[in-house]
Design a protein around this ligand. Structure first.
Ligand SMILES: Nc1ncnc2c1ncn2[C@@H]1O[C@H](COP(=O)(O)OP(=O)(O)OP(=O)(O)O)[C@@H](O)[C@H]1O
Ligand SMILES: [Mg+2]
Length: 276
């Protein structure tokens, strides 16, 4: 038997179906937008990942190139020293040979900084004498020195400490070179060590120069990698200094007055006492 459905019932069903399909269409449009957003995010993340991979590969390559340059540089340094000695009777030529030695030392420092920056070093601790490491760093800074700049060192009490001598030398060298660079019109760099017996025993090493100082607008950025105010600076020196301090579980402070001078204070934990 064929019973006819009332018209209102059919209308209701039809309206219900139309509402449901409109809602579905709206949700579908929302989903499409979200999918677009997500694929854009994914594409951006892929690009960032690719950039990071390239940077890591470049870092590795830079470290390898630095290693390769190091060996011939060593031979050149020896040859330049012999040349300098043999040209004793010809001061003008000897000065030129001295320029070669100085250039080699600067390159060597740059390579050391690059290698340390690329490798995030671990400190291999052993008993070292801070006085000896400082002397080595001062020797490496030779050629950088200026006529009217003098260095005064004062060691109060014990100078033996548990540290990585290679890293420590590089730290000292960067601070010494920066201080000399800052003293265009001559001055004094005072290096002072003392043992602080606080809650934890540590050695305080202070490098205070009478150079041009650091402006307030720059002081917060000096430890940032690649920050430099020098024409030919790479901005790696203080980044390495802070990496080395951290590798030793120490701390570093900077205090500076523009036009008067700058003091970097380092604290390195003493750990155990050793007699050298
Ligand atoms: N003793 C200092 N006196 C005045 N300014 C300093 C001193 N030490 C660091 N600075 C400032 O901090 C900046 C960063 O120093 P950093 O050693 O990191 O790089 P750089 O000396 O410019 O280059 P690089 O050490 O790589 O050759 C310097 O360019 C300089 O402006
Ligand atoms: Mg420097």
């Amino acid at each position: 038997m064929n019973e006819q459905l009332p018209v209102e019932l059919l209308n209701d069903a039809f309206n219900g179906f139309r509402d449901a399909s409109r809602k579905l269409e709206e949700q579908y449009a929302l989903l499409e937008d979200r999918i677009d957003e997500l694929s854009q995010e994914l594409a951006e993340k892929n690009r960032a990942l690719e950039r990071t991979r390239r940077l890591a590969a470049m870092g590795e390559m830079a470290a390898r190139v630095a290693h390769e340059i190091r060996n011939p540089l060593g031979s050149m340094a020896i040859f330049a020293t012999i040349l300098e000695r043999e040209l004793g009777a010809e001061p003008e030529k000897q000065r030129l040979a001295n320029h070669i030695s100085t250039g080699i030392k600067s390159l060597d420092n740059l390579l050391s900084n690059m290698l340390l920056f690329a490798s995030s070093p671990e400190a291999k601790l052993k008993p070292v004498d801070v006085r000896k490491v400082l002397e080595e760093a001062l020797l490496l800074a030779r050629g950088h020195e200026k006529e009217d700049v003098s260095v005064k060192a004062e060691f109060c009490g014990q100078t033996s400490i548990m540290a990585d001598p290679v890293l420590l030398r590089q730290l000292f060298l960067n601070l010494i070179i920066n201080a000399i660079d800052a003293m265009d019109r001559g001055g004094v760099l005072k290096v002072r060590t003392k043992v602080i017996d606080d809650r934890q025993r540590y050695m305080e090493i202070k490098f205070a120069d009478t150079g041009r100082g650091i402006g307030k607008e720059h002081i917060d950025r000096v430890f940032d990698p690649f920050f430099s105010t020098k024409d030919r600076g790479t901005g790696l020196g203080l980044a390495i200094v802070s990496t080395v301090v951290n590798a030793h579980g120490g701390f570093i402070d900077v205090d500076s007055v523009k036009g008067e001078g700058t003091a970097f204070t380092i604290g390195l934990p003493m750990m155990r006492e050793y007699r050298i």
